[in-house]
Design a protein. Structure first.
Lengths: 317, 313
């Protein structure tokens, strides 16, 4: 249901920022006034390509960053970075419909598992729609802060504005990821309308699905480890057992779609960095252990990024 | 014969092939070494033929009396460099020449892509067959490289000629490496290596099954009972070629769908309810792996270790 900023976009943003920073250090620009950082989109554009190259249209980028529209990419249009597929803009919520569809899929799944009565389903649909509308209003309000705003990534004020923009996007994304979770009207109604049997059935199915999904992710990573480390069956079994025993609380009701294979791989490697080392030391050759630690460290280094990807439930927020 | 074969070699290789008859063998300087063993010709290519320069293939017109030897030599060459010395390699019009060049180019790409798979196999051999003599190691290494080249050539030819891929690459390579090790390693070590290879194959098959069920689950929201039944059915009716599910990239998309494992339909659709089955049919029609003729090279890890110095003592 919910999507996160793709690594491509994250890379682009980082690259734009890095290039701007390097250029700024290497060739100090004229001292800008604070207001120079944000320009109206309809302001006359200079012919100087260098001056235009660092411009990013925030309003047009807001939905693309938040909803990660499929097929999206980035273009320089009139010297300004905009997402492919149109300028976007105030009042357009292309992602909300996708969230609505995914939310209804979630409701359908609950219905299949629990056999909801019509009245139960009607109450849940109302709660779902209410949560969606509240979220859409929050997005619209946040987006409105960036109407007609274009930042120049070549100056510090522009970079700071871009950072704040990303913080707002992240906040909305986190909210989106937990839209129907604890604290939502939907979760409250679900807790009250299901009978005991339905609740037990739902809990058991969710747990089984989570376990299967973790097994799938672990098996995918073991496919790679088998090649990289040339594991024997015995070594493979040790690594597999350790990983399966540390099943994280994967998001299963609304997993990121499309899947994020890189995040999934890094999640397994992060968990690998947290397992008991003793069995591994006993089972693996020193060179295998060294390589395994390198891979695990890759996962550990991505921990904060992984937390933003919505793969694992976030508790206590 | 010598002149005719010199021209043949010139067409295949370097433009300056010199054939020397010696003892029971024929040596082609600068190109290949041909020997008679057990009544058959074996050709070992010493250097990579610069096939990209194969603009005007030479024409071999031996006398009738020389034909059998020429044919045998060409057979040997076909085995050694199948992408280049394919049927009719020494003739044909511009289209045939272009085809051969395309195959040769694709062969090089596939060979490069598959090399990490060979490195994986070699590492397994090294771990389990540590007693291999230095000479035997070199021979296994050479056999492995030759296997990669030949498998790449066969797959390149199939791709260019729009034919189905001939076999599962990883397993072909495992078989070729195992065949080279079998006669050279101590029996106990080879047995251990072979047993581990079998277990690796079984692990991959189980991963492919989990992946098939996972992909279907992700799209169709299966229940725990459905997943278990599907997995059991896949285990019961497993086809070795289905392991190709592991080679479909995670991020692959066809018409906004992940490719559907329609080849295993018999193990999937019986376990779906009516709504899921309708969605499954729609998915398969739009992006079924068999339906759309999805083909891909095996996924390989490019950070696998290079063969250790142990291989080239």
């Amino acid at each position: 249901m919910v999507d996160s900023m793709s690594p491509l976009r994250a890379t682009l943003a980082a690259t734009v920022a890095a290039v701007c920073l390097v250029r700024h250090v290497a060739c100090p620009p004229r001292l800008p006034a604070a207001d120079d950082a944000v320009r109206a989109a309809d302001a006359p554009e200079t012919d100087d390509a260098d001056a235009q190259a660092g411009l990013v249209d925030l309003a047009a980028n807001f939905d693309a960053n938040l909803f990660d529209q499929p097929g999206g990419g980035w273009v320089f249009r009139a010297g300004v970075v905009r997402p492919v597929g149109g300028p976007g803009g105030p009042g357009e919520d292309p992602g909300i419909d996708r969230i609505r569809r995914a939310a209804h899929e979630r409701l359908d799944r609950i219905d299949r598992l629990c056999g909801l009565a019509p009245e139960q389903r009607r109450k849940l649909e109302l709660a779902l729609e209410s949560d969606l509308r509240r979220f859409a209003a929050e997005v619209a309000q946040t987006r409105s802060r960036y109407e007609t705003a274009t930042v120049n990534m070549r100056d510090r004020a522009g970079q700071e504005r871009w950072r704040l923009f990303q913080q707002d996007v992240q906040r909305c994304r986190r909210r989106m990821q937990r839209l129907l979770d604890d604290g939502s009207l939907f979760a409250g109604v679900l807790g009250s309308v299901l009978d005991e049997g339905q609740r037990a059935q739902l809990t058991a199915e969710r747990a089984a699905r989570r376990t299967f999904r973790w097994r799938w992710l672990v098996s995918g990573e073991l496919e790679k480890l088998d090649d990289i480390l040339a594991l024997t069956q015995e070594q493979h079994d040790v690594v597999e057992k350790l990983l399966l025993a540390r099943e994280p609380e994967l998001v299963i009701d609304a997993p990121p779609r499309p899947r994020n294979p890189q995040a999934e791989q890094m999640l397994v490697r992060l968990v690998l960095s947290q397992v008991d080392l003793q069995p591994l030391q006993a089972a693996l050759q020193p060179d295998q252990l060294r390589k395994l630690r390198t891979l695990a460290n890759q996962g550990r280094a991505m921990q904060s990024w992984l937390e933003e990807q919505g793969l694992v439930e976030r508790r206590g927020q | 014969v010598v002149c005719g074969l010199a021209l043949a070699v010139a067409g295949v290789g370097h433009g300056q092939g010199v054939i020397v008859l010696e003892g029971g063998g024929v040596r082609i300087e600068g190109g290949a070494r041909v020997t008679l063993q057990d009544g058959r010709l074996e050709v070992e290519v010493r250097q990579e033929p610069p096939v990209a320069e194969l603009d005007e293939p030479a024409v071999v017109e031996p006398d009738a009396a020389e034909q059998p030897l020429v044919e045998r030599l060409l057979d040997g060459l076909r085995q050694a460099v199948p992408a280049v010395v394919a049927d009719g390699a020494f003739g044909g019009g511009p289209a045939e020449i272009a085809r051969r060049q395309a195959i040769a180019e694709r062969t090089r790409q596939i060979e490069q892509h598959l090399m990490p798979l060979l490195h994986v196999e070699l590492e397994h051999v090294r771990r389990h067959c540590g007693s291999l003599e230095p000479t035997a190691r070199r021979e296994v290494l050479a056999a492995g490289r030759r296997a990669v080249r030949e498998i790449a050539a066969a797959h390149a030819a199939a791709a260019i000629d729009d034919r189905p891929p001939p076999g599962v690459v990883r397993e072909e390579l495992q078989a070729r490496v195992a065949a080279a090790v079998r006669t050279r390693a101590p029996a106990a070590e080879f047995t251990r290596y072979e047993r581990e290879t079998d277990m690796r194959r079984a692990r991959r098959a189980e991963r492919a099954r989990i992946r098939i069920v996972g992909i279907v689950d992700e799209r169709l929201d299966l229940t725990a009972a459905q997943r278990a039944a599907m997995l059991a059915d896949l285990r019961g009716r497993w086809q070795p070629a289905w392991v190709r599910q592991l080679d479909v990239p995670d991020a692959a998309q066809v018409a906004e769908f992940q490719p559907a494992p329609d080849f295993a339909d018999a193990c999937i659709s019986p376990h779906l309810d009516a709504v899921q089955r309708a969605a499954w049919r729609e998915w398969c029609a739009a992006a079924g792996i068999d339906q759309i003729g999805w083909d891909t090279l095996p996924s390989v890890q490019h950070n696998v270790p290079q063969p250790a110095a142990w291989w080239t003592p």
